[in-house]
Design a protein around this ligand. Structure first.
Ligand code: HEC
Length: 485
């Protein structure tokens, strides 16, 4: 019997091609482009990432850790399953990119030739979308602890006392990015938040889950580091009523030293009259199949349903729960259950990386469909985020040790052609008319569309997705003719 020595066996099993590849992978040529594209926006001085990842030395020190956090999809932070549905600003590494990081570590993290380094990209300072029409700052700076704890603080930003504001975009500009982990915006037309602020001696008031009073109908968007600012398409927008308050909930991450923040919200007014006001549909505990209660030491799954009465176009979806929640799946089904529209799946919920997830284009949910939200909770001690040790019975509420079940759907009423309205950068949008997917709208696509012309169900060449191949599809294809995608 042949006895293989372990190193010999390993190198035989791995094969020479792997070792060959590993030897040729260097920091400057192969690793730096991945780090700069996916990590450095947060991992540089003054940003939320706990250490900078900008130079060979900095990345070298964390090499094995980087391999681990990327292989496990812990970094870059992106909780939705990208094989289930897609969103604007998705942060995911390809399998090839992960393999390159592993190969680099396996090869002993070689530096390579500095001339191969593509250089750190220039990250946008200031507004992403131009000069704001109005800036709503926190009234006074807030100092966050130096005690390595998280802090959730709500600040009340008064809007225009006399006029409704027609909004094209709201952009959160953190004053201190080292501790600004995420922000949630809300709207208060009741004056409740001002009273809560008055009772808290600190600037703003403390509130963990939301804004400290009924969360219904007052979420207005969210921000996380690296998020793209959502600009509503022409004719679509939101309105902040005269006299209302914008609420800014800041989540400040742990810090070993005191940090001071003064965050501002940039307000961009709609350039055209808002014909379609964005509304928020909320699935909450009243839509569940059972009473919302989480007994100690048990896991429970809740299934919420809502019927869709009119054709809707969704802009974004935002599941929301606290620390005991472990997973989410949100989708829509047709009345006969033959069609399912996947909306979002979060296999491993992380309270710290919750957000409003924006679809690349408006997403149609036809009338008669049912929206489903399924959330699982683990109220045992096996859940490392369980705030109670030992586990306690948990009810619905705003506090750190309470739980929630909400799905927020931002929508407008559907109009024909909505599926083609982009909500993010245009490269996120499938090229209209490129039926063969070869990257250009060509004669071949034309022939393909013509062969399908007149089709009324399951049409492959249905460019505008109205369930028929019509003159409208033909015109759209002609208008894109010759375009590279
Ligand atoms: C959107 C911001 C953001 C991006 C992008 C990002 N990180 Fe992070 N990273 C963080 C934050 C914040 C933490 C602190 C811990 C946490 O929240 O999990 C962290 C923690 C880490 C840690 C653990 C450090 C520790 O001591 O616990 C590693 C390693 C890491 N990131 C590597 C990466 C790599 C590699 C990438 C790119 C592939 C990346 N990160 C992309 C924000 C980011």
């Amino acid at each position: 019997m042949i006895r293989w020595s372990t190193p010999l066996l390993l190198s035989t099993l791995l094969g020479s091609s792997f070792v060959g590849q590993a030897q040729s992978v260097t920091f400057h040529a192969d690793v730096a482009p991945i780090i700069y594209a996916h990590c450095t926006e947060c991992h540089r001085v003054g940003e939320i990432g706990p250490m900078p990842l900008t130079t060979y030395d900095e990345v070298f020190v964390y090499g094995e850790f980087i391999e681990y956090v990327t292989a496990t999809d812990y970094m870059p932070p992106w909780t939705p399953d990208d094989t289930y549905s897609h969103f604007v600003g998705e942060r995911v590494l390809t399998d090839d990119e992960k393999a390159t990081l592993s190969a680099w570590v396996a090869a002993g993290k070689p530096e390579g030739n500095p001339a191969d380094n593509p250089g750190i990209p220039s990250f946008p300072e200031g507004s992403q979308i131009g000069a704001p029409d109005m800036v709503m700052p926190m009234a006074e700076p807030y100092t966050h602890g130096g005690d390595m704890t998280d802090q959730y603080q709500v600040f009340v930003l008064p809007a225009d006392p006399d006029n409704d504001l027609a909004i094209r975009a709201l952009e959160v500009r953190p004053g201190n990015r080292t501790v600004s982990h995420h922000a949630i915006l809300g709207l208060d037309v009741t004056g409740t938040a001002v009273n809560l602020d008055a009772q808290d001696p600190e600037p703003g008031y403390e509130s963990f889950g939301g804004f400290g009073f009924s969360a219904e109908s007052n979420f207005f968007g969210a921000w996380v580091p690296g998020a793209l600012t959502l600009e509503y398409p022409p004719g679509i927008g939101r309105v902040i009523p005269a006299g209302a308050d914008l609420l800014l909930q800041m989540h400040y991450g742990p810090s070993p030293i005191e940090e001071t923040d003064l965050t501002e919200v940039n307000v961009f007014f709609a350039e055209e009259p808002i014909e379609r006001e964005v509304e928020t549909g909320i699935m909450g505990p009243q839509h569940l199949d059972q009473f919302f209660f989480l007994p100690a030491n048990q896991e429970r799954t809740f299934h919420g349903t809502m019927d869709v009465a009119a054709d809707l176009s969704l802009l974004s979806v935002a599941p929301h729960c606290h620390l005991i929640g472990v997973s989410w799946e949100v989708f829509a089904t047709s009345p006969n259950n033959q069609d399912t529209i996947p909306l979002i799946s979060i296999p491993s919920w992380d309270f710290n990386w919750q957000g409003f997830f924006t679809f690349p284009t408006l997403t149609k949910i036809p009338a008669g469909y049912t929206l489903h939200g399924i959330a699982s909770y683990d109220n045992t001690s096996a859940n490392p985020f369980n705030p109670n040790d030992p586990p306690q019975n948990v009810t619905f509420g705003e506090g750190t040790t309470d739980e929630m079940f909400f799905v927020f759907f931002d929508y407008v009423l559907y109009e024909e052609g909505d599926e083609l309205i982009a909500l993010g950068p245009s490269d996120d949008v499938p090229c209209v008319g490129d039926l063969t997917g070869d990257g250009v709208v060509s004669v071949e696509d034309m022939l393909y569309l013509l062969s399908d012309f007149g089709c009324v169900t399951d049409c492959n060449a249905d460019v505008d997705l109205d369930d028929a191949v019509t003159i409208a599809d033909l015109l759209q294809l002609l208008s894109a003719f010759g375009e590279p995608c």
